[in-house]
Design a protein around this ligand. Structure first.
Ligand SMILES: [Zn+2]
Length: 559
């Protein structure tokens, strides 16, 4: 998703002193108890592996009330008597039960029975205690019943009971920042995902719920409500699970054997049909670079929503006013963004990076946002050619702040800075220039995606992949861009009498070396600076000597 953009634009025009102070506070303040509980992959999370959720809820727009249960199936990895789940404290736990049966120990059908479990709540965490030790390797099921009015907070709304422009209920979830436990009970972290999930959402007759996965039919409950059933047949991260409840019109298309389903309000139907037509080209572009759309059995959906947009898996939400660019702006300011709908391209790009390949900790969210921003650049290259792709990419340079490292502290629910998007994409573009062989680059990034699809990974996994595949040590380059604040600075010292230039990298990272193109635009020459001074002959004077700063995101100083 796109986050923090509006806030950071304000930060840019705010006095420098204020930025420095608030930065010092964000970096120095110890994480809160709640953020440690949410962020840490502690013992009571690590002792189990999620298999399946069935979230079965009723949403009452009149009372602004949600009630129901999540059935949670998990496999124990270690013997233990307790697991950690999460649910915001303002929501009530009605009961938590361990469910037995369905099959007896000989595999024969047996009666279902349930026993109530004890639990303790602490700052959004729910520790569930079992009367007998759960055994490693065995599969267990609990039903977690809850109810209440979820909070409407965060940039996108968390859980919002809203109204559409015609005054009908329009209810949605968008909770990447706050976490899914803002509206339903789950193991609210990024590392462990269920392998599949069912969603049953009961809403008043006449409204539609569009959620993730494959539509499994609507059932009239004969009490004024209809239950909408969805089946997610792939791993899914919690924040992607969503409901979109409204008076939706629906139409379908196909792209070869992939089903495309679109949902918009009746009044916006014609505009939506025109704008959503961009989805096909987007999918073709990303399939070209990375391979098949990741959630084919679930299909691709694009759903109108009242906020800018969110990458909800196989159910991307859209609120970009049916216009190209981003909220009618030329997003990277170089005249290319107005050719396409930023939200359709960006949020759907997350299907490959964010939803299929997922960061295992919020600290490494650039795996979602840096890569998906780079996917925008690839979309431009696919549609309009390499030169425009490069122009679009470098339009992002103006948005980079270099105030904090892209990778945030691990295990404390920390949010990385906005640089994860723009600097992240410029770094990946730099890496392409370091590889310096486009055929190899296309193979590397396609295989990267294929290697890690449907997995939760850390930056180290990605670095290992690149090092292994290229047989090079690219770790210092990754580290300088992702784990330090500054970008590499190429220091150049000219000696006009001797006709030489001396050069070295000024960086934080030990052992840093990176090739770079220098000279003139029509006659680049690759040099291989390290952190030690090297000298070479040049016929170019200081002013004429250029560095290819569109291919490598670096600073240059000349003296
Ligand atoms: Zn995003």
């Amino acid at each position: 998703m796109l986050r923090n953009i509006r806030r950071s634009i304000f930060a840019l025009i705010a006095p420098v002193a204020i930025i420095t102070t608030s930065l010092a506070q964000t970096t120095q303040q110890p994480p809160t108890h709640a953020n440690i509980l949410r962020g840490e992959y502690g013992r009571y999370r690590a002792n189990n592996d999620l298999l399946f959720y069935h979230l079965d809820i009723r949403v009452d727009p009149e009372r602004k009330f949600v009630s129901g249960k999540n059935t949670i199936r998990f496999k124990m990895l270690k013997d233990d008597t307790r697991i950690q789940l999460d649910l915001y404290d303002n929501l009530k736990i009605d009961k938590i039960e361990q469910v037995f049966g369905g099959k007896d120990t000989n595999g024969k059908p047996s009666e279902l029975r349930a026993i109530a479990l004890k639990y303790e709540r602490d700052s959004g965490a729910v520790f569930v205690n079992f009367p007998e030790t759960l055994k490693a390797g065995r599969i267990y099921t609990i039903d977690f019943h809850y109810s209440g009015t979820p909070q409407t907070i965060g940039r996108f709304g968390g859980f919002t009971f809203g109204k559409d422009p015609a005054g009908r209920p329009w209810i949605f979830t968008a909770c990447e920042g706050e976490g899914a436990s803002i509206w339903w009970p789950n193991k609210d972290q990024w590392k462990d995902e269920v392998e599949s999930m069912r969603l049953s959402v009961a809403v008043p007759n006449g409204l539609t719920d569009v959620s993730n996965g494959k539509f499994m039919g609507a059932t009239d409950l004969h009490d004024g409500y209809t239950q909408w059933n969805w089946l997610i047949q792939y791993p899914i991260n919690n924040y992607n699970v969503s409901v979109n409840i409204g008076k939706y019109e629906h139409w379908s298309e196909r792209l070869n054997d992939l089903s495309l389903d679109f949902y918009a309000l009746p009044e916006d139907l014609e505009r939506a049909k025109k704008q959503f037509a961009q989805a096909k080209g987007m999918i073709e572009a990303f399939q070209h670079y990375f391979g098949e759309y990741p959630f084919k059995k679930d299909g691709y959906k694009l759903i109108q929503a009242p906020y800018s947009g969110m990458e909800h898996q196989s159910a991307v939400t859209y609120g970009n006013r049916f216009a190209n660019g981003y909220l009618e702006r030329d997003w990277t300011g170089v005249g290319i963004s107005p050719r396409f709908d930023f939200i359709i391209i960006h949020e759907s790009g997350h299907e490959w990076f964010g939803n299929s390949v997922t960061g295992a900790d919020r600290s490494d969210m650039w795996i979602h946002e840096g890569w998906t921003t780079y996917l925008e650049c690839l979309y431009v290259e696919y549609m309009y050619g390499k030169a425009d792709g490069l122009k679009y990419t470098n339009g992002y340079q103006a948005k980079v702040q270099n105030q904090r490292p892209i990778i945030a502290p691990r295990g404390v629910n920390a949010t990385p800075p906005q640089d994860q998007y723009f600097k992240g994409a410029l770094f990946i573009n730099t890496l392409r220039s370091v590889i310096d062989d486009d055929r190899r680059w296309w193979m590397l990034i396609k295989n990267l995606y294929q290697h890690f699809k449907y997995q939760s990974i850390m930056t180290e996994d990605m670095i290992d992949y690149f090092n292994r595949e290229t047989k090079r040590n690219l770790t210092p380059i990754f580290n300088q861009y992702l784990r330090h604040t500054a970008i590499p600075r190429l220091e150049l010292k000219f000696d006009d009498t001797a006709g030489t230039v001396s050069y070295r990298w000024q960086v934080d990272e030990q052992g840093f070396e990176m090739p770079v193109r220098v000279g003139t635009r029509d006659n680049w020459q690759i040099i291989r600076p390290t952190t030690e001074w090297k000298t070479m002959k040049t016929s170019l004077k200081k002013d004429a000597f250029q560095v290819a700063t569109d291919l490598y995101f670096v600073d240059v100083s000349k003296s």
